[in-house]
Design a protein around this ligand. Structure first.
Ligand code: PNS
Length: 162
């Protein structure tokens, strides 16, 4: 049984993330989508909201679970006994930082491998930051996020405006 962890801040989950979840779920017997804190990006959604959004879209997969962790990704992987980390790569611009994180993670535990999946070119321009920016100025994000997530984002922005 081969398991993998797909980590991210998922603030919010996008169609690009969902594409990686879908494809990784076909490669691994078990996939854990793990919501972690990214200290470089203060989140819009709480950890609980991000977990809820993910849970609302993964019910079609019987080998995918959503979890969260406050701490190091490597510590979490060790705790779960999983030695593969899956990351999505959208463009060359992602590579440098992902490479640095993969090496830092390997330094902490050389038994845990980071593997990269190329994003589907339909989604290569989508990021959580772009989604939040477009939505905050009233732009249409319907094609960028799953429908259930769209409503949560719209509700959050409406709450800010009132
Ligand atoms: O979706 P993101 O924001 O690109 O995901 C980045 C994330 C959350 C995977 C990364 O910040 C992370 O691993 N955070 C946990 C803390 C950690 O392990 N930091 C050391 C990385 S070398």
């Amino acid at each position: 049984m081969i398991g993998a962890i797909y980590p991210g801040s998922f603030d919010p989950v996008t169609n690009g993330h969902l594409d990686i979840i879908d494809r990784a779920s076909k490669v691994f017997d078990h996939l854990i989508v793990a919501v972690l804190e990214n200290p470089r990006k203060p989140p819009l959604f709480s950890m609980e909201e991000r977990v809820r959004m993910l849970n609302s879209i993964i019910d079609v997969y019987n080998n995918v679970e959503v979890d969260y962790y406050r701490g190091l990704l490597i510590e979490y992987a060790q705790k779960r006994g999983v030695n593969i980390i899956i990351k999505g790569l959208r463009a060359v611009s992602d590579f440098e930082f992902e490479f640095q994180m993969a090496l830092a993670n390997r330094k902490m535990d050389c038994n845990i491998e980071t593997m990269f999946m190329m994003t589907n070119n339909m989604y290569s321009f989508i990021s959580s930051s772009i989604v939040k920016e477009v939505a905050s100025y009233g732009g249409d994000i319907k094609d960028l996020v799953p429908p259930r997530v769209y409503h949560v984002i719209m509700d959050k922005l409406a709450a800010f405006r009132t």
